[in-house]
Design a binder for this molecule. Structure first.
Ligand code: NAD
Ligand code: FES
Length: 288
């Protein structure tokens, strides 16, 4: 059992937990992820690590309450426990001194870009971070990203903070005015990562993206997380989650991300009806 030592509501539907998991905190590196489960029957939720404190033995996760399982997770309070918290999983980001690198975090994707930016800066790179959110309220980790970067550029879709527009607009300007850029790392919605890759491919800039497809075991056994990268089928859980964005088959990735949308919607609907009916919602079979 893994205790939640700190809980923070970052924005509506967006929560941060610091979880006591000393073994994970001491061995994880930037770019890796964990899989958690709320109870014996619960869905396995993969989350890329947002921060680590090896001395306190805590791992920070930031998640969006998009379905039944993440809503149940968000209902847990400080001092309560998560049943399973397995990690670190996946390959760490490749950190090296390259010169000028651009980190792009979109929405909740800012959380996993944070430790990568920090390590890239520690390695001696000039780190320019572009953070994109739909509006000011949904922009997370601004201060943390300022610490982790040489420079931070902010965009909001509605113009309520920073520049109005999408992250790709600022990226295009950087390519014109601040080249050479030696690497781009982009994490966020699939459409954003794909759009970033279109821009960087035209400019010939190597681009890494972090994919979070549906996962089950997280150890390369089930094949649920398969993605097509170049001519190869790869498993995001063991071969990734980071891949060369110019080689990702984005159409297939989008199709696979939609595979269980109807089932997820139904599970969420049933969960909300149960809550409204006053039956509680711990997510276990006692309510079925
Ligand atoms: P969002 O829809 O609010 O978008 C965030 C930003 O992405 C926007 O502000 C915009 O600047 C940019 N963007 C969106 N569409 C774009 C487009 N077509 N072209 C260029 N830029 C575009 O993001 P959200 O609702 O917070 O969703 C975050 C997504 O990130 C989720 O889908 C989640 O699955 C994913 N995510 C991935 C990881 C990972 O490790 N790969 C981790 C966390 C979250
Ligand atoms: Fe099963 Fe990756 S989650 S192979």
């Amino acid at each position: 059992m893994y205790r939640i030592v700190r809980k923070e509501v970052l924005a509506p539907g967006l929560k941060r937990f610091d979880v006591e998991a000393p073994l994970v905190a001491r061995s994880a590196r930037a770019g890796q992820f964990i899989i958690l489960r709320l109870d014996e029957w619960g869905e396995r939720i993969p989350l890329t690590i947002a921060d680590l404190d090896p001395e306190q033995g805590t791992v920070t996760i930031i998640f969006q309450e998009v379905g039944k399982s993440t809503q149940l997770l968000g209902q847990l309070e400080e001092g309560e426990y998560i049943r399973d918290f397995v990690g670190p999983l996946g390959r760490p980001s490749h950190i090296s001194q390259l010169g000028r690198v651009v980190m792009i975090g979109g929405g909740v994707g800012i959380a996993p870009i944070h430790p990568i930016a920090r390590e890239m800066k520690r390695a001696g790179n000039e780190v320019i971070s572009i953070l994109g959110a739909r509006n000011r309220q949904l922009l997370i980790l601004e201060e943390e990203m300022k610490q982790a970067s040489t420079e931070v550029l902010i965009t909001t879709d509605d113009g309520s903070y920073g520049r109005k527009g999408l992250v790709t607009k600022v990226l295009q300007e950087l390519i014109i005015h601040r080249s050479p850029i030696n690497l781009v790392v982009s994490i966020g919605p699939l459409v954003m990562m794909e759009a970033v890759c279109r821009v960087t491919q035209a400019a010939g800039i190597k681009t890494m993206v972090s994919l979070n497809p549906i996962m089950v075991d997280g150890t390369g056994m089930c094949g649920a997380c398969r993605v097509q990268v170049g001519a190869e089928t790869r498993f995001a859980c063991v071969d990734g989650p980071e891949f060369d964005g110019h080689l990702v088959d984005w159409k297939l990735a989008r199709q696979r991300a939609q595979m269980f949308v109807a089932e997820e919607k139904q599970a969420l609907q049933e969960h909300e009806e149960r809550r409204k009916g006053g039956l509680g919602g711990c997510g276990c079979h006692c309510h079925q």
